[in-house]
Ligand binder design. Structure first.
Ligand code: AKB
Length: 341
């Protein structure tokens, strides 16, 4: 172990986790410690100072982690996504809420021990929003952080509550305890992501998965039946931008941050528009629409687009990958290369 500060990444084996690990390793600012239910694949282990396979609900394991590593930054990525969460809502609650509570408690204790605030970076989601109807979804268009917060999925409810928990730990934790005023508290920073599309991995358990699934299926010459209708529209973002946004928020001076959780936007597409782009890149692609009413309803409840003015103003957020660049320079060439290997 070097004398660099330590960053803990939970859910490191997931889509965001793997990309973030690679990027943080390239930057070399932190010793990386990871925690995931499943062991990290061999190729990622050399990037880390230490890897742990275990459950975020295991408080003893978290205590061990905190005792052995001087963690200064936590990227808490572990979560059960929206489709999996609807199949097992109680498990979603345990992982997304109780698990987050354990990590927040650990980060708070570490902040006291270090004598400075541990940064807690939390990916939230468009799932925190709930549009009551398609008319309202169209009327609202790009939603601000304070609009339409009536999520219809367990996952969305969990993420919204976890944002509040983070705000509570940062500003009000144990307000009645002696010496609470002026006590050191963790530094919570949340990001509400659109559906993410990576060229490297196919997501599992989400409801925005039809975007990446369509693309990865076409690149492998597999037919794809899309589980939402052609008109379904939500915002998406390319994975490199998602990682950039996490690091941008991490580095923002605390005094410039005016919200506990920020929208970040890149582009908005209907399922038909994704299919069109996929077919243009892979002319043999066989894409059909066979909507699953329950999953389609979830997508309809999410906003068409995100208003990310606050992130732009407060910490200079700006997506590098607009829709053309995302498809032409990142997704299509990388996915093509990936399946030709
Ligand atoms: C999901 O589909 O559950 C996630 C999300 C939008 O947060 N990708």
């Amino acid at each position: 172990m070097s004398n660099r500060p330590v960053a803990l990444i939970t859910g490191a084996n997931g889509e965001i986790g793997r990309s973030l690990l690679e990027r943080l390793h390239q930057e070399g600012r932190y010793d990386l410690v990871t925690l995931d239910l499943t062991p990290l694949p061999e190729r990622y282990r050399p990037l880390c100072a230490e890897t742990y396979a275990g459950n975020i609900l295991d408080r003893y394991l978290l205590d061990q982690l905190a005792a052995h590593h001087q963690i200064e930054v936590v990227f808490h990525l572990a979560a059960l996504l929206s489709t999996r969460g609807e199949r097992d809502p109680e498990l979603a609650h345990q992982i997304n809420v109780e698990g987050t509570l354990h990590l927040l408690r650990m980060a708070q204790q570490l902040s006291l021990r270090l004598g400075r605030s541990v940064k807690f970076i939390f990916p939230s989601s468009i799932a925190v929003y709930g549009m009551p109807s398609l008319d309202e979804k169209r009327r609202l268009g790009r939603v601000r952080e304070d609009q339409g917060l009536e999520p219809i999925t367990m996952y969305g409810i969990n993420k919204l509550y976890a944002e509040h928990l983070g705000r509570y730990f940062m500003r009000h934790y144990r307000a009645l305890a002696a010496g609470a005023e002026g006590a050191i508290r963790l530094d919570f920073r949340g990001i509400r992501f659109p559906g993410l599309i990576s060229a490297e991995t196919v997501p599992t358990g989400g409801t925005s998965d039809y975007g990446p699934e369509m693309l990865h299926a076409a690149a492998q010459s597999k037919p794809y039946a899309c589980f939402v209708g052609p008109e379904a529209r939500i915002p998406f973002m390319a994975m490199p931008d998602a990682v950039r946004s996490l690091l941008g928020l991490l580095d923002a001076p605390r005094e410039q941050l005016t919200l506990p959780s920020y929208n970040v936007g890149a582009f908005s597409l209907s399922a038909a528009e994704i299919a069109q782009r996929v077919k243009a890149a892979f002319p043999g692609a066989e894409i059909t629409f066979e909507p699953d009413p329950a999953r389609a309803r979830i997508v309809d409840s999410w906003p068409e687009d995100l208003d990310d003015a606050r992130a732009r103003d407060d910490w200079g957020w700006n997506a590098v990958y607009g829709v053309d660049r995302a498809f032409d320079e990142y997704l299509v060439p990388s996915i093509r290369a990936r399946y030709q290997r």
